[in-house]
Design a binder for this molecule. Structure first.
Ligand code: IMP
Ligand code: MG
Length: 370
């Protein structure tokens, strides 16, 4: 195991495995280009080691050049790709093979394709040593792939974590943490907020209520808050990625947490998938999903009672309450299926004394796989 900055990484691919992948890529490409002299264009910085070994393994005449792009900060792609070093001009009429170290979301690739579409090359193809098929956006065909890898953050062999790790000869993956991350659902009035408050003390978890997070970001006019506001002002839905980015900032603000309680997100299957992808890229996962269930009649009485005390108008109107239940049932049904399919769905009764319900929740949490 190795440590870079604040994170631990474990061996993922040995030097031999990498060299084998590089060798077979060189062989495949050589077979296609044996009758001409291609220009290999490495994408800096990450691909320098790959390009070096690739050229050594390439059996015919060839030329080499580089472009430089940047899109990653820390452990996740920022989505903003900058061209820092452009293609040279003497590539007109030539066959170009782009050598990428890794294709992740595909945003960098999109920028590369634009770069080369604006030139007069005879043709260009794309070769990537590593390829994260699970999250690639699939926009362009990747002509040559060295190794398909799962959606894990990796370092070594040119790839960095905040600039460290490029000099490693093997590839390491971010160590899976033994965090306890929960997704919690509950009908209005089922006691979700109360229970989340207790669980976070008991298990040293951080409660992330997406509603609170949005309100916080918009009130304080953070970059993401302003972005969210601009969609809302235009009458559009805030894209899931904005919410994920807010969650990411919140997760990164709490490096000491033993885990997180996600409350209010996901609300759709697409969001659940996005959450899984985000957590996976950080070596984390959803350990379990708990729904606090309660009979609609009991909850209605409880809410009406609460409405009398608090004066909250949405808690005083029985038909509005029933609508919220219907909406809950409709929205959570697909998510129940999603987490049930992963073997992570748990449902408990939210009726009883607060301590009793905490005990039911704890019984589930204590036996969740870490
Ligand atoms: P994409 O634009 O999301 O496809 O990301 C591609 C770029 O992000 C690569 O050229 C790398 O610089 C960086 N990158 C993607 N995944 C990783 C990783 O697992 N470790 C280190 N850098 C990565
Ligand atoms: Mg790169």
């Amino acid at each position: 195991m190795i440590k870079l900055h604040d994170s631990y990484f474990e061996l993922f691919l040995s030097e031999e495995e990498i060299q084998e992948a590089v060798g077979s890529l060189a062989e495949k490409i050589a077979a296609d280009y044996k009758d001409e002299v291609p220009i290999f264009v490495g994408v800096l910085n990450g691909s320098f080691m790959f390009v070096s070994d690739f050229l050594k393994a390439y059996p015919h005449d060839c030329e080499v050049s580089f472009v430089k792009l940047s899109s990653y900060q820390g452990l996740t792609s920022t989505g903003i790709v900058e061209t820092l070093l452009d293609v040279s001009e003497d590539i007109d009429g030539r066959s170009v093979v782009i050598l990428e170290d890794i294709i992740d979301t595909g945003r960098t690739l999109q920028e590369l394709v634009h770069l080369f579409t604006n030139t007069n090359v005879k043709e260009f193809r794309i070769a990537s040593l590593f390829y994260k098929s699970e999250i690639y956006n699939g926009e362009y065909n990747i002509d040559y792939v060295g190794l398909e890898i799962p959606n894990r953050f990796i370092v070594g062999y040119g790839l960095d974590y905040n600039e460290l790790g490029r000099n490693l000869t093997a590839v390491y993956q971010l160590k899976q943490t033994d965090m306890m991350n929960l997704v919690i659902f509950g009908k209005p009035g089922a006691g979700k907020g109360t229970q989340a408050g207790i669980l976070k003390e008991k298990y040293n978890l951080v409660h992330i209520s997406t509603g609170d997070l949005f309100r916080y970001n918009m009130k304080n006019k953070t970059a993401l808050g302003q972005l969210a506001q601009s969609y809302i002002d235009a009458g559009d839905l805030v894209p899931d990625q904005v919410t994920i980015d807010m969650l990411q900032e919140e997760v990164e603000r709490n490096p000491e947490a033993a885990g997180f309680i996600f409350d209010g997100f996901p609300r759709t299957t697409a969001q659940a998938e996005a959450l899984d992808q985000f957590l996976e890229s950080k070596g984390m996962m959803v350990n379990g999903c708990v729904a606090l269930e309660a009979d609609d009649e009991v909850l209605t009485l409880r809410l009406l009672e609460r409405g009398k005390e608090s004066g909250r108008s949405d808690d005083q109107d029985e038909s509005k309450i029933r609508n919220r239940f219907a909406e809950y049932n409709e929205k959570t049904a697909p998510l129940k299926d999603y987490y049930t399919n992963q073997g992570k769905f748990h449902s408990i009764s939210g009726i009883g004394a607060i301590e009793e319900i905490t005990e039911r929740l704890s019984a589930i949490i204590d036996q969740l796989p870490k």
